[in-house]
Design a protein around this ligand. Sequence first.
Ligand code: AMP
Ligand code: ZN
Length: 443
Amino acid sequence: MSKKPSHNLIWDRSAECMSLSERKELQLNRLRDLIERVYVQSPFYRKLYTEHQIKPQNIRSLEDLQQLPFTVKSDLRDNYPFELFCTPLKEVVRLHCSSGTTGKPVVSAFTKNDLDMWSEMMARSFTSAGTTNRDVVHVSYGYGLFTGGLGADMGSLRVGASTVPVSGGLNNRQIMLLEDFGATVLACTPSYALVIAEAAAQLGVDIPSRFRLRTGIFGAEPWTEEMRAEIEEKLNLEAYDIFGMGEIMGPGVAVECPYHNGMHIQDDYFLPEIIDPDTGELLGPGEQGELVLTTLTKEAMPLIRYRTRDITRLEYEPCPCGRTSVRFHKLAGRTDDMLIIRGVNVFPSQIEGVLLRFEELEPQYLLMVERVNNLDRLEVLVEAKDEFYNLGEEAIEAFSNKVKHELHQMLYISTKVTIVPPRTIQRSEGKAKRIIDKRKESI
Ligand code: AMP
Ligand code: ZN
C-alpha cells in the first residue's frame, strides 16, 4: 500500500525496535528457558521429547528448534481439559476456549504473568494503530470465552483509552453508542465492521458527519485488501489488520503498523517458522507455507512448534516504522478452509477478491460446495446492491455470467454464480461463516 502513514507511535521502543542481534539473543535465551521449563514441568512435553531423544541441553541455537517435533490441534483435544498445563491450576487465573464446531473445545490458560504480557502486546497493537489515552475505543469483539473481546479490552485499558466493552450484537445500540460516545477506534471482526456500516445506513446515519471513527483494528478472520477498501470507505476510517489465535494467546500475536506492509509478529514472544504443510519441511524466507509458532514466554500453556494451519509468508525486509520484528503477509487462508474443487485448490479469499471488484455487488457472499453426479460443484451466492438488483432479471443474468467469467479467469474452474437480493445472506456478530461444504456433511 502506498498510503502515507498517519502517525508513527510506538508503545515500547526498547522492545519493539531492538537490534536484530539483541532480538536473536533474547529469543534464544527465552527458547532455552522454555524447553527446560516444559521438560521439568510438563508430562506431555517430557514424554514427547523423551520419545524423540531430545534433552533441553540439545537446544543451543535458534536453528536447533527444528529438531523438535510439531504440536497440533489434536494434541490439545487429546489432553483436554488441563493435561497440557505447565503450572498448577492455582497459578492459572484465566481460562478461555475456542468455539470448536464439534466435540470438546480447545482450552487455553493464562497465569497472571501471561495476562500481563498479553495486555502489553495488545497495548503495542493499539498503539501501532495510532491509539492513545485520548481515544475512545469501542470494542465489538465478543466478550466471553472467545479471546477477542477481553484481549482487546486489556490492551485498550493499558494504553489508557476510554474503553467501551460493547461486545457483539444489538446493532442499533452499537450505532447509538458509537455516535453518542464519539468512539475514535473500533475493534471487531471485519465482517462485523460491515454489519455496523450497514446498520448505520439503514438507520439513515450519515457516518462521516455523525461518527468520529478514525481507526479500525480488525481481525480474527481472513479478509482481503478489497474488503479493507470497502470497510475504509463505508466507515470512513483507516483499517488495521490484527492476527490472533486462542491457543497461542488471543489477539495481538501480530499486527500491522501504519505502513500496512504485513503484520509485525511480536517475535520477542512468539517465534515464527514457515513450513511446507504437506512435508513439514522448513521453507526459506519469502516462501509461502504454513505458519508455525512457538510461544517463548507463555507460562500456563506453552505451545512449541504449533502448526497454526494458516498460510502466509514471512517478510524480513526492514520496515520504515522502525520496528525490527519479522512480518507476515495478509493470510491467504487456512489449510482447512481451502476448498479442493475438482482437484483445484481454491481459497475463499481469492473469490472474495474477485467479487469485491464489482461495484454492483455487496461484500456479502456464501460459498456452497456439493457433489453433483460425482463432480464437485461450487456455487457462489453473492448479494447485489439495491439499485442494481432493481434492474431486473435480464440484467442480473447477464451480470452473473460476467462474474462467472472473472472467477474462471482467476480460479481456472467453472462456478455457478447466483446473485441474491440485498440483505439475504446471514450476518454474523463475530466471525462470518462463508463456506457450506455439503460434501463434508455427507461423509
Ligand atoms: P481463534 O482461535 O478463534 O482466535 O481463531 C484463530 C484463527 O483465526 C487463526 O488461526 C486464523 O485462521 C484466523 N485469524 C485470526 N486473525 C486473522 C487475521 N487477521 N487474518 C486472517 N485470519 C485470521
Ligand atoms: Zn512497520
